[in-house]
Design a binder for this molecule. Structure first.
Ligand SMILES: Cc1cc2nc3c(=O)[nH]c(=O)nc-3n(C[C@H](O)[C@H](O)[C@H](O)COP(=O)(O)O)c2cc1C
Length: 149
């Protein structure tokens, strides 16, 4: 699509998947998210950090809002908190129907830098736009950690 504006939504939530099911359940979640998002023209990244999720969704506003409403109702997480919504000139995760991001290393993102031939903008890799959004996602996860009493 050649639309000049993209809607970007970021939220955080708490993972409710039991530790013994986690690996398999997250694998299934990413597979489903990637195929659905491809059909919706939605791209983004999901940070999985301890029991925190922070997700960024990018696309046309109606699709992103509809998807967020569906995700909010998912029993695999709770305490869903909207962090930001904004119109942005372009997608930062254009190649990713849903990139998986860890707190420290993120092989998904490093791969983008590699295939594009772009030198990493920081030690974390990725384009400058990605690095900015990923930093905001990590800050959101850290703040959520601090709220735990
Ligand atoms: C943290 C989290 C992130 C999710 N992200 C997505 C997503 O990006 N796209 C998606 O389609 N579903 C996502 N889901 C799953 C949805 O809540 C829902 O189960 C799924 O969209 C239903 O798809 P279906 O109607 O095709 O079965 C996510 C769920 C969780 C808990």
């Amino acid at each position: 699509m050649t639309d000049s504006q993209t809607f970007r939504l970021m939220y955080r939530s708490r993972d409710r998947i039991s530790p013994d099911e986690r690996k398999l359940a997250l694998g299934a979640l990413f597979t489903k998210a990637r195929s659905n998002n491809k059909a919706l023209g939605v791209t983004g990244a999901l940070l999985v950090d301890g029991d925190q999720f922070v997700q960024t969704l990018e696309g046309d506003e109606p699709e992103v809002r509809m998807l967020f409403d569906r995700i909010k109702a998912d029993p695999r997480h709770d305490s869903v908190e909207l962090i930001s919504t904004e119109m942005v000139p372009e997608r930062v995760f254009a190649r990713w129907s849903m990139a998986r991001v860890g707190h420290d290393g993120e092989p998904d993102i490093a791969l983008i830098a590699h295939t594009d031939g772009i030198s990493p903008a920081s030690s974390r890799g990725g384009t400058p736009g990605q690095v900015g959004v990923l930093d905001a996602m990590r800050r959101a996860a850290v703040r959520a950690d601090e709220q735990v009493s």
